[in-house]
Write a protein that binds this ligand. Structure first.
Ligand code: THU
Length: 154
């Protein structure tokens, strides 16, 4: 099964209908974001793309710092970039994450909390692997609620 068909069928199981064309656009955007990753300390490139119901796409990448704790993850970069562009994150339809690692790169706890602040818990998080610059294997799809049960909120 192709990567795109795999994503379509896994999202359908989460009651989310995605079209091949929008998935292709999201993957193209992930590829661009990977090239923008600033990750000279870990050498791990991470990209995140938010797809909106109206077809808009906003991406982010990890941006490291010599003072390591000031690093920003790709997911938070994408969320903050979207908010600063005036996007309504309640309209996010799907979140894509990829990395240069050989294993599925799940969003860290801080990014799950930040995503939860703005994005519906029913949104699918589509995780892809792109080691050696080639997509490897299929996808993993989990809703934000599955990745972040019993969330903290005020
Ligand atoms: N990273 C992300 O971009 N997203 C996560 O959810 C986890 C970690 C980045 C931060 C750092 O640049 C690199 O991965 C290694 O931790």
């Amino acid at each position: 099964m192709s990567l795109i068909d795999d994503i379509i069928s896994k999202c359908a199981k989460k009651n989310v209908k995605l079209e091949a064309e929008e998935i292709k656009k999201a993957i193209d955007a992930l590829d661009i974001m990977l090239t923008r990753s600033y990750s000279k300390y870990s050498n791990i490139k991470v990209a995140c793309v938010l797809c909106f119901k109206n077809g808009d796409i906003v991406g982010g990448c990890n941006i490291e710092n010599s003072s390591y704790s000031h690093t920003v993850c790709a997911e938070r970069c994408a969320v903050f970039s979207s908010l600063s562009q005036g996007k309504d994150l309640s309209q996010v339809k799907a979140v894509y994450i990829t990395s240069s690692e050989d294993s599925y790169f799940y969003p860290c706890g801080a990014c799950r909390q930040v995503l939860k602040e703005f994005v519906s818990l029913s949104v699918p998080i589509i995780i892809l692997k792109k080691p050696k610059n080639i997509y490897n294997g299929n996808s993993e799809v989990h809703t934000l609620g599955e990745l972040f049960p019993c969330p903290f909120s005020l």
